[in-house]
Ligand binder design. Structure first.
Ligand code: PMP
Length: 318
């Protein structure tokens, strides 16, 4: 990262590492180039020792990118192994030494005169990075509103993949929640069951058990959700149940939090003005935040396979 700028020196684009300011597209490409685009959101975290930087579940994110690309019929020019190497090279080229967000985007190149069915046949891949500090264990909490917008469903759009157009639905729900004085939204699906937040999955704690909407509830196949399910079971010894969740369960839960790459773990302390539990961050949420932070920053040896070390001298990814 160059000191005067807020952008990295390099992005990966059109098959190679390129200087940030050389990467431009013509204005006439605005619009259709991203309507069918798919993307990923990945985080890298510093460790305790100087020079340690770990990408969290890089392979799983790039495998999901590959699935997203397959679903929208983008041609795939790179294997997941190649994409892993490219992402790590990009972080090294930018000499990233802080908590960072990594954003691969596969979009339709050269859209002029193309029909819907032709868009994306020659897809292009961009990988960008920008700093993103962690808010884990910072005490940050949010209030939420059950949105009047319903989550997109399988018969309309594919919620399980990171299709950029899905996020219009997320954006409408977020804007409504913010406009009504809440921090975030919770979307129900067309069956009226709880689905997820605009950009994060949702978990609640009731009777000492962790409960989370199942993948059939119209959620993204979240990598953080999957990680937290494993950590709750294997490290904290908690029962975790994936099932349909009713709206009223939210209001009556002892603890609620959202989870995702950007959201990490974000405690929700009130929903539709119902106080959740004590109105403070709950004990299970706190315990999960601690374990998760240890995993992300390289302090928890059991989950070393979830960390891709960026610089030499850090333990290899197994
Ligand atoms: N749901 C939605 C709609 C999201 O955008 C995200 C963020 N990618 C998540 C859930 C959480 O997914 P992940 O843990 O893989 O980041």
């Amino acid at each position: 990262m160059n000191e005067q700028s807020t952008h990295p020196e390099y992005v990966w684009w059109k098959g190679g590492m390129r200087r940030w300011d050389e990467c431009t597209v013509h204005v006439t490409e605005l619009g259709w180039s991203t309507v069918g685009a798919v993307f990923e959101g990945i985080r890298a975290y510093t460790g305790d020792a100087p020079g340690e930087l770990y990408v969290f579940r890089l392979r799983e994110h790039l495998e999901r990118l590959e699935r997203s690309m397959r679903l929208v019929r983008f041609a795939i020019d790179h294997s997941v192994d190649e994409l892993i190497a490219i992402t790590l090279d990009l972080l090294r080229a930018n000499d990233i030494r802080e908590d960072t967000y990594i954003r691969p985007l596969a979009y339709a190149a050269d859209t002029s005169g193309k029909r819907f069915s032709q868009l994306g046949t020659d897809g292009e891949l961009l990988i960008n990075t920008h700093p993103m500090a962690s808010h884990l264990k910072s005490g940050m909490t949010q209030t939420a509103k059950v949105s009047s917008w319903r989550r997109i469903s399988e018969d309309v759009m594919p919620p399980r993949i990171k299709n950029l157009s899905n996020y219009r639905n997320s954006q409408l729900a977020s804007m409504e929640a913010r406009g009504d004085g809440y921090d975030t939204a919770i979307l129900l699906n067309h069956q009226g069951k709880v689905s997820e937040g605009p950009g994060a999955c949702l978990m609640l704690v009731a009777g000492g058990k962790v409960i989370t909407p199942d993948v059939g509830s119209g959620i993204l196949e979240s990598i953080t959700r999957d990680a937290l399910i494993q950590l709750a079971r294997e490290v904290l010894g908690l029962e975790v149940i994936e099932r349909e969740v009713d709206r009223t369960e939210l209001y009556l839960a002892d603890e609620v939090f959202t989870c995702g790459t950007a959201a990490e773990i974000t405690p929700i302390v009130s929903i539709d003005k119902y106080q959740i539990g004590t109105g403070e961050i709950g004990a299970v949420t706190r315990a999960l935040e601690s374990v998760f932070a240890d995993v992300l920053r390289g302090r928890e040896a059991r989950f070393a396979h979830w960390r891709a070390p960026v610089y030499a001298g850090t333990p290899a990814m197994t």
